[in-house]
Design a protein around this ligand. Structure first.
Ligand SMILES: Cc1ncc(COP(=O)(O)O)c(C=O)c1O
Length: 370
């Protein structure tokens, strides 16, 4: 069976990015590879293995189910899970040495004996994390549980709202609050081994946010986290397909649903077998582009569920020829950032939106088997 569309993941790029990011964090801070959401769409296990072989020492996931994927894949590296209700299978996490984040007083009470926890404080994102007003009581209770030997507080952490917006005053405010939260915890008797705050943008641009551990998501996959700041990352994913129909059409030909694209000359229409079910946003209709034979070709008309049409002009295209939907940006192909701009979203949503039926294939010397 030959896939008509595939996401090719360059694990050498992941390894390069990990080395670069962990080099920025070292020697003070360790690096966590954030591999939630199937490794931002790249495949959790291959990315995790490549990152751990290249300088990352921790893995970050959201759900306990994702942590299970890590352990079922034979990876025993330190792993933190951070998003769940209070009734999840925390006993499994303890048995399998998965650290658990605590973001509400009720989560703290739900932690089983033996849990290694990271207390998450909301320093201003107003998303997850212990509410500021609850923090003093929560750390007092956690310190009590630690003294009794019930749990171990390994980390205190928080998440930044605007690190990718240089000069945004919220960063300094969150840093101040984080330090205050650490001081309140220290007063209660908690001196955790890992304080962590930085995401990709913090790693690249804000050394003051590094503390003991940095959490690399987007940058691990090669997308520069801050517009206009080039850290030297390499994009890991190339989305490509093969032409499944090619036809020459005359001027005045309506293309795809509702004929929202009408040709103005003799031209060649190339059918690309990937649609919005595969993660090609409908907003790319009549707006996006792909690369065929090293040339940019506009998307003609509506993107459909399984397919769309590209206008190849007078290019000589044959059935089975390769079409690059997005890639590293070394040639004519669009980048994932361009796709995100066309689709009025961020690169994260494009990468995590690549559909389940698109096979992921892996290239690179650093491909770690097992
Ligand atoms: C808590 C937390 N830390 C770190 C990250 C990684 O962020 P980024 O992709 O900006 O590096 C995420 C991802 O959204 C996150 O939710």
């Amino acid at each position: 069976m030959q896939p008509v569309a595939e996401a090719v993941v360059d694990l050498d790029a992941v390894a390069h990015n990990t080395r670069l990011l962990s080099g920025l964090a070292a020697p003070r801070a360790q690096t966590m590879a954030v591999v939630k959401a199937n490794g931002f769409g790249h495949g959790l296990l291959p990315v995790a293995r490549a990152a751990l072989a290249s300088g990352a020492t921790w893995l970050g996931v959201t759900s306990i189910a994702e942590a299970r994927t890590v352990r079922d894949g034979g990876i025993g590296a330190p792993t933190l899970a951070w998003l769940y209700g209070t009734g999840d299978d925390f006993a499994w996490a303890v048995r399998n040495d998965v650290d658990l984040s605590v973001s509400t007083p009720r989560h703290l009470e739900a932690m089983p004996a033996g849990a290694a926890v990271h207390l998450k404080v909301d320093t201003g994102l107003t998303r997850n994390g212990v509410a500021w007003a609850d923090w003093p009581d929560l750390v007092a209770r956690a310190a009590d549980l630690e003294r009794r030997g019930t749990i171990r507080v390994r980390g205190i952490w928080s998440h930044l709202a605007s690190a990718d917006d240089p000069g945004n005053p919220s960063v300094a405010l969150q840093l101040e609050r984080f330090d205050e939260a650490l001081a309140v915890a220290a007063k209660a008797g908690l001196e955790p081994e890992l304080r962590h705050l930085a995401n990709s943008a913090g790693i690249v641009d804000l050394p003051a946010t590094h503390y003991d551990l940095v959490r690399a998501g987007l940058a691990l996959y090669g997308v520069e986290p801050i517009d206009g700041v080039t850290a030297g990352l390499r994009r890991a994913m190339t989305l490509r397909a093969r032409a499944v129909n090619v036809k020459r059409v005359p001027p005045g030909t309506g293309v795809s649903y509702l004929h929202q694209y009408v040709t103005d000359r003799d031209t060649t229409m190339v059918l690309v077998p990937a649609g919005y079910a595969d993660g090609v946003p409908r907003l790319l209709s009549n707006r996006g582009a792909v690369a065929i034979g090293g040339r940019r070709c506009p998307i003609a008309g509506r993107v459909a569920m399984d397919q769309f049409v590209a206008d190849a002009g007078d290019l000589d295209v044959a059935l089975g020829d390769e079409i690059v939907l997005f890639g590293p940006g070394d040639g004519a192909e669009p980048t994932v950032e361009e796709w995100a701009a066309w689709a009025q979203t961020n690169p994260h949503e494009i990468l995590t939106g690549i559909g389940a039926r698109v096979p992921r294939t892996y290239i690179g010397k650093e491909h770690v088997h097992g």
